[in-house]
Ligand binder design. Structure first.
Ligand SMILES: NC(=O)c1ccc[n+]([C@@H]2O[C@H](COP(=O)([O-])OP(=O)(O)OC[C@H]3O[C@@H](n4cnc5c(N)ncnc54)[C@H](O)[C@@H]3O)[C@@H](O)[C@H]2O)c1
Length: 431
């Protein structure tokens, strides 16, 4: 049995499949890229050397990539050490691909799915023990070439030795940051990130009535929080309201019954109307924002004002605030607490449900969502005891903050590289 991975078969040559295949080819691995037909596979291969934004860093590495289709070339996967399934997000299709993987793969190969939200136990239900000991989820983030995060999620029977072989390959060869997640809905990054986005949409109406326009909201939910400049509405424009709609449906089925996120799984009325009208975001020429080309060649940024239901020129906002606005007693402060503060508290309540420790949560948000700091680093900056005090006034204190309070310590991290674990004691942070 190979103790190292040298070759990868990627099944599905779309956005993510082509990205993962290019990542491995760039590092000199032999790559097989398959899709439903040769045309779909060629499209993925062409994206690797495209004139604009090629997926490969070194275009000559295209020689490492062989393509084919599921009908004629499936059995070729028996030459490859890691089989990575990256087809459309549909349980029935993924299960069918997995059945074929199991039929053809060689002993000792590892198998993963790149699903963004389907539980591994559903994909592998009733499959053989031979597969179950070699299988996991590898959740890369888009664009694969740029985003550092890969969440790795084992199944109940996955052997540690096989999981480690894949984790070492992903970190040491592919150069990604591995985060250990669990087989829970949306794993870590999307569980917290989608709560932030959906809660943000739901707070929008009250915020508008308080004079906080979408532009002000995005100005608050970006630099002051250490988040990317798109803010909240701008990020949803990038992702697409259709994706947010499906994410909400998946959460409504799979979130635990007492999860606070269940209150926000449906789009608010105004956003639902946009969804119904096909105004989904950048992919449809505009969602919450759009860029208009003027007759004189200039560009005009417009915002779709959810209050008036019409387009108007977007205002530039100079936002002077920093993270501490979250605890301010002002309308900006109350809004920031309701959106960002509540997201931090949500994250602080999800250990050990979604991750064993705070380090994996913080890394997921920094590496997958480009947050400058993770939730627990932000709570440390705000002052954990100020947050505890606020939570007590509001009703309940999240689990990790209770643990911190009970420990007698003052922060989640120490200056000498330690973090607070679930027992309330400090442990060294590993690489
Ligand atoms: N796009 C993202 O931002 C993102 C991020 C993380 C994970 N994911 C996950 O990665 C997986 C792939 O997503 P994507 O964005 O690359 O999608 P995509 O639509 O770009 O590619 C999907 C591929 O699946 C193939 N396919 C379609 N129908 C099929 C069928 N019946 N049988 C087999 N293959 C079929 C398509 O030809 C296509 O090449 C999904 O599970 C998705 O949830 C996506």
């Amino acid at each position: 049995m190979n103790d190292k991975i040298n070759s990868v078969a990627v099944l599905g040559a779309g956005t993510m499949g082509a990205g993962i295949a290019a990542l491995a080819a760039d590092q000199g691995c032999k790559v097989l890229l398959l899709d439903i037909n040769d045309e779909a596979a060629s499209k993925g291969k062409n994206a690797m050397t495209a004139d604009r934004n090629p997926l490969l860093k070194d275009l000559s590495k295209i020689e490492n990539v062989k393509i084919g289709n599921f009908n004629d070339n499936f059995s070729d996967i028996n030459q490859y050490d890691w089989i990575c399934e990256v087809v459309v997000e549909r349980l029935d299709i993924k299960r069918q691909i997995f059945e074929n993987i199991e039929k053809y793969r060689k002993d000792g190969s590892v198998v993963s799915s790149n699903t963004s939200g389907i539980p591994l136990r559903d994909i592998t239900e009733n499959m053989s023990d031979r597969l179950l000991k070699d299988v996991c989820i590898t959740h890369f983030f888009n664009p694969v070439k740029i985003m550092k995060l890969c969440e790795v999620i084992p199944g109940e029977k996955t052997l540690e030795v096989n999981l480690n072989k894949l984790k070492v390959f992903i970190s040491d060869i592919l150069g990604k940051g591995v985060v250990n997640a669990k087989d829970t809905v949306n794993f870590i990054g999307n569980r917290i990130g989608c709560y932030w986005m959906l809660k943000g949409l739901h707070e929008g109406k009250n915020a508008r009535e308080e004079g906080i326009s979408q532009e002000i909201s995005d100005a608050l939910m970006s630099r002051p929080m250490g988040l990317p400049p798109t803010g909240l509405y701008g990020l949803i424009d990038l992702i697409g309201l259709d994706v947010m709609y499906s994410v909400g449906k998946n959460l409504s089925i799979n979130l635990p019954k007492d999860d606070d996120g269940l209150k926000y799984v449906n789009l608010p009325d105004e956003e639902q109307k946009l969804y119904d009208n096909g105004q989904l975001g950048r992919k449809t020429g505009g969602g919450f924002y759009r860029i208009q080309k003027l007759d004189n060649g200039d560009k005009l940024k417009e915002v779709y004002d959810l209050g008036s239901g019409d387009w108007r020129e977007a205002r530039k906002i100079d936002m002077e605030k920093d993270l501490n606005v979250i605890l301010e007693d002002s309308n900006y402060g109350l809004y920031s607490w309701k959106v960002m503060g509540s997201t931090l508290m949500y994250a602080a309540d999800l250990i050990p449900e979604i991750a064993d420790d705070i380090v994996n949560v913080d890394r997921a948000m920094k590496w997958g969502f480009a947050w400058a700091k993770g939730p627990f680093e932000m709570i440390d900056e705000l002052g954990p005891f100020k947050c505890i005090e606020k939570c007590k006034k509001l009703g309940s204190v999240p689990k990790m903050l209770q643990i911190l309070e009970g420990s007698g310590e003052k922060s989640f991290y120490t200056d000498d590289g330690k973090f607070m674990d679930i027992s309330g004691t400090y442990k060294k942070i590993s690489d």
